[in-house]
Write a protein that binds this ligand. Sequence first.
Ligand SMILES: NC(=O)c1ccc[n+]([C@@H]2O[C@H](COP(=O)([O-])OP(=O)(O)OC[C@H]3O[C@@H](n4cnc5c(N)ncnc54)[C@H](OP(=O)(O)O)[C@@H]3O)[C@@H](O)[C@H]2O)c1
Length: 312
Amino acid sequence: MPEPRIAVVGATGAVGAVTLQLLKERGYGQVRALASARSAGKQLDGGLVVEETTPEALAAGDIDLAFFSVGTSASRELVPHAVRGGAVAVDKSSAYRLQDGIPLVVPEVNGERALEHDGIVANPNCCSIPLTMALKPLHDAAGLARVRVSTYQSVSGAGAQRMEDLRATPSGEGNLTMDWDFDGEEFDEESKLRDETRKILELPVLPISATCVRVPVLVGHAEAVWVETEEPLSAEDATRLLGAAAGIRLENLPTPRDAVGIDEILVGRIRRDPTVENGLALFVVADNLRKGAALNAIQIAELLLQRRAVAA
Ligand SMILES: NC(=O)c1ccc[n+]([C@@H]2O[C@H](COP(=O)([O-])OP(=O)(O)OC[C@H]3O[C@@H](n4cnc5c(N)ncnc54)[C@H](OP(=O)(O)O)[C@@H]3O)[C@@H](O)[C@H]2O)c1
């Protein structure tokens, strides 16, 4: 298979840096690093020199795969130029996730949907990816009736600058924050988690309620999940199903630190929720920069490359 020509757009950011690192580990040689004009000319750790992202550079016809991690408004503006130039764009912002006709993909959950792309595949939110991975085997076995989730999200989910801010915070002064857009009732992070989960699982009316909270942790998002199923499912059976699912590792008491730098998501504390009929509770943890963002996007691209759905 010819080697794909890859552009990492947002290469100087928290997700872009992990994307470059993973591409290198996986042996991709034709990789370019792009970011805003602010970073043009800067040399990155791996030796790549950052190029300015312009519509002309993206549309020049010499990119097969473009990974975007630049934020929603920049993605809206820039992704169409890459597609115009013939690239397949895997976009990690929320710009296209809920758009009809654009696949929103977690390879272990709905990988086949990626093949339906028309130039853009959307990468889900960093909490939606692990949540849907844990819910899918339970749904297949017993049918999901209701989901409640409470998140504990690390600061790296808000970008490289927030990581610097936490590093500079005196020990003991870290706080919980809720730093998303608020519509008077809920944060956009909470509605994203609900709407993306429904789209990925193809359960458009699944009752799902989320409370999202940012915690003073550098990397690794955790989620406490309460599930009600249509049919009874014991905690033992749920444990067996989750342990056999692709991309999941069972861990008794998973923490963000356990998840950092690994490809799998960690699932633990799987137990009966005795307060409702057919209730289960579990705890899910993932490296938000890796499986929550960069790795998932690369796995989408590799699935397309294997099926020759990228013109490399
Ligand atoms: N962090 C996560 O866990 C996570 C997970 C899933 C999805 N995402 C999504 O990924 C995106 C980036 O997140 P991040 O955490 O990596 O943010 P970040 O650390 O703030 O990095 C942002 C990157 O985008 C570049 N950029 C910004 N505006 C640009 C423009 N107009 N043209 C070209 N490049 C531009 C920046 O370049 P400069 O350095 O030159 O400014 C930088 O490389 C966001 O959409 C976020 O929602 C993040």
